[in-house]
Design a protein around this ligand. Structure first.
Ligand code: ATP
Length: 442
């Protein structure tokens, strides 16, 4: 079993800052706690993961369609969903050192003895703290204009499900997928981008006849794990974690997390939930609208059960960096490399002239231009070639093409592979196709 590696996180945070992948928000003002900005390579990686998920969850399934609901929704949505009343974390403060904790994060003996894990001081009584960000819509700051930033994207799917189903001529079992921002006023954000107050969720809600829900739950569990394998994550660092029955969320009949072995231990990257008909029933009750599906064939009317797959984009991104990070020694030289799967690598192919003169630069630029419509490609003509390779290894670029003097004689270039370090020669005209086979995963 692999072991957690505590100092890995520091290395990733510093690499992200140095290479402008992810850095503190509002840094010139001292930063804003737990808010992060994604730079050029960060956003490419994020988009690539998002697109892979989207393809997996919509394009590959004829019965799943996508939507993009607004972040701001009618306040009644959050009353119906149970978030206004119940989306709380138990908060405790230390009376001595004033540090703040989530009670359920503390070891059980400290929860019982009410002692601070940092200084041993005594803890306050538990207060329930609602995680929803609240603001006001329009010019009046009164309770009638209270509005919430959505704490999950799911509700935007539930309230729209009949419209989407009818417009797409679908019937259960079918799914609706969505990727978007969610906001939670977390008590203890941290571990870099693992737990933040603003984050992106990738959710798919699958609407099924109630008596088939258990079966679909199993199917989605396996499909979702398989997805992480195809994302290129090490299988022995992934596992399922079943929620004990007495710890299930108010809406869930069954819940299983997919966990990854982060440097500090196992932690959730995605939750798969059987939400029953809880949400649709509540929306029916609160809105007064009939939320039932009518089956023309059997003439039956029912509220579908919902199997939810709910993952975090930022957490997934962090996992791909941690999982792919290696320090290796090659011919006596140390290299840092991130072995992203080529289909999600922020940059997929670098094109380098061996030297900038004698027309090699121009040929490289032409190759770069040819590849750009198909791959995340770029040109780099600065510095010794070995250093250019190292710079790319560090941010996980899987392929580097080098144009040298032989190129002028026979139109061939070397293609260097990040992981095997193999350097093979190919005709310039073949590059697009050779790369296609190496980059794509279906
Ligand atoms: P946790 O127990 O870690 O707080 P959760 O069980 O509340 O997570 P869900 O409500 O199931 O999380 O949300 C689904 C997914 O959204 C999580 O698996 C995670 O990937 C992501 N997510 C949830 N909260 C955060 C957060 N504060 N920051 C980043 N990602 C988050």
């Amino acid at each position: 079993m692999p072991k957690p590696t505590p100092d890995l996180m520091e290395k990733i945070v510093s690499l992200c800052k140095r290479r402008g992948i992810i850095f503190q928000s509002s840094e010139i003002y001292g930063g804003l706690n737990s808010c992060w900005d994604y730079g050029p390579l960060g956003i490419e990686l994020k988009n690539a993961i998002r697109n892979f998920w989207w393809k997996e969850m919509t394009q590959l399934h004829p019965e799943i369609v996508g939507i993009d609901a607004s972040i701001l929704m009618h306040s009644r949505v959050w009353e119906a969903s149970g978030h206004v009343e119940g989306f709380t974390d138990p908060l405790v403060d230390c009376k001595e050192c004033k540090r703040r904790f989530r009670e359920d994060d503390l070891p059980e003996e400290l929860q019982k003895s009410r002692k601070c894990p940092e200084c041993g001081g005594s803890l306050t009584d538990t207060r329930k703290f609602n995680l929803m960000f609240r603001t006001f819509m329009g010019p009046l700051e009164d309770s009638a204009s209270t509005i919430y930033l959505r704490p999950e994207t799911a509700q935007g799917i539930y309230v729209n499900y009949l419209t989407v189903m009818n417009a797409s001529r679908l019937k259960p079992p079918f799914g609706i997928a969505q990727v978007g921002k969610a906001f939670r006023n977390e008590i203890t954000p941290g571990n870099f981008i693992f737990r933040t107050r603003e984050f992106e969720q990738m959710e798919m809600q699958y609407f099924v006849p109630p008596d088939t829900a258990d079966e679909w739950f199993e199917i989605w569990l396996n499909r979702r794990m398989d997805y992480y394998y195809r994302l290129g994550i090490n299988k022995d660092k992934l596992r399922f974690a079943e929620h004990p029955k007495d710890k299930l969320a108010h809406y869930a009949k069954r819940a299983v997390d997919i966990e990854y072995l982060f440097p500090w231990g196992w932690a959730e990257i995605e939750g798969i939930h059987n939400r029953t008909d809880f949400d649709l029933r509540r929306h029916q009750e609160y809105s007064g609208k009939d939320m039932q599906y009518f089956d023309e064939e059997t003439k039956q009317r029912y509220l579908p059960y919902i199997i939810e797959t709910s993952g975090g984009l930022n957490r997934t991104l962090l996992m791909t960096m941690l999982d792919g990070y290696y320090e290796e020694e090659i011919k006596g030289e140390k290299r840092v490399v991130i072995k992203f799967s080529p289909h999600i690598a922020p940059m997929q192919v670098g094109v380098f002239p061996l030297v900038k003169k004698d027309g090699l630069s121009e040929i490289s630029r032409r190759i770069e231009a040819d590849l750009r419509p198909y791959y995340r490609a770029f040109y780099d003509g600065k510095g010794a070639i070995g250093r250019r390779y190292r710079r790319q290894d560090e941010v996980g670029t899987p392929f580097c093409i080098t144009v040298d003097y032989q190129t002028k004689e026979d139109d061939t270039v070397t293609l260097r592979e990040r992981d095997s370090l193999a350097q093979d020669r190919y005709k310039i005209g073949e590059l697009r196709e050779v790369l296609w086979k190496k980059v794509n995963v279906v």
